[in-house]
Design a protein around this ligand. Structure first.
Ligand SMILES: *[C@@H]1O[C@H](CO)[C@@H](O)[C@H](O)[C@H]1NC(C)=O
Ligand SMILES: *[C@@H]1O[C@H](CO)[C@@H](O)[C@H](O)[C@H]1NC(C)=O
Ligand SMILES: *[C@@H]1O[C@H](CO)[C@@H](O)[C@H](O)[C@H]1NC(C)=O
Length: 189
């Protein structure tokens, strides 16, 4: 009998909450107010762009800022930390229109394989997205065909953002020292 009673009172609690939600005004106090379901809306956006990571040369955009004593002997560069300000372009060519930058860090976080911890802001500079950002964090095992990272937030147009980004390497370390990665980002905001 006891579990049934618990269930019963639980149902009552849910009903009570529903009644409270309907009956009470939305403003609860001076410092908070509830935004009704009717006032809420969100968009789902797909973004596709190309990430250019220049690790060498006079205009490198990805610079190693720290490493462990053991990084040089690690088979997976474990312990290296790289700061980036990588251009994001509309198309895969390096002359393609720049639509923003990926600013942040990646660290080699796996002792067996090349797998990065990436934490970066995608800072957009074109059209309706100019000045808006997406914050991305995740594991990037770079030798795999397609990697998935989490979109954990955003600003501007992308307030309340959540979603995911898929990264696919197009060119690995070309003669200009560039690695070019196609990003497909799906974000609700
Ligand atoms: C959704 O997209 C439309 C069209 O671009 C825009 O007018 C609207 O403000 C967007 N809504 C949100 C919540 O971003
Ligand atoms: C862009 O690519 C071309 C062809 O590979 C190359 O000649 C040029 O130096 C590259 N530009 C930059 C900024 O890397
Ligand atoms: C983006 O916004 C900045 C700052 O408001 C402005 O200076 C710049 O011209 C804008 N760029 C585009 C392409 O609209």
């Amino acid at each position: 009998m006891a579990p049934k009673n618990v269930l019963f009172s639980c149902n009552n609690l849910i009903l009570f909450n529903i009644l409270i939600t309907i009956v009470l005004p939305t403003t609860q106090g001076a410092f908070s107010s509830t935004i009704s379901k009717q006032q809420q809306s969100s968009n789902l956006t797909h973004l596709q762009f190309y990430f250019h990571d220049y690790v060498t040369g006079p205009s490198a955009t990805a610079i190693r800022i720290a490493q462990a004593k053991t990084t040089d002997t690690s088979p997976s560069t474990f312990g290296a930390l790289v700061m980036i300000d990588d251009p994001l372009t509309e198309g895969p060519d390096n002359s393609s229109r720049v639509i923003g930058h990926a600013q942040g860090m990646y660290g080699f976080a796996d002792q067996q394989e090349y797998a990065l911890l990436m934490t970066m802001n995608l800072v957009f500079s074109e059209g309706q997205y100019n000045g808006s950002t997406l914050s991305v964090m995740g594991r990037n095992p770079v030798m795999e065909q397609v990697r998935e990272l989490a979109v954990i937030g955003g600003s501007g147009v992308f307030r309340f953002a959540s979603g995911y980004a898929q990264a696919k390497t197009i060119t690995m370390m070309d003669p200009n020292g560039a690695t070019i990665v196609e990003y497909n980002v799906y974000v609700s905001h």
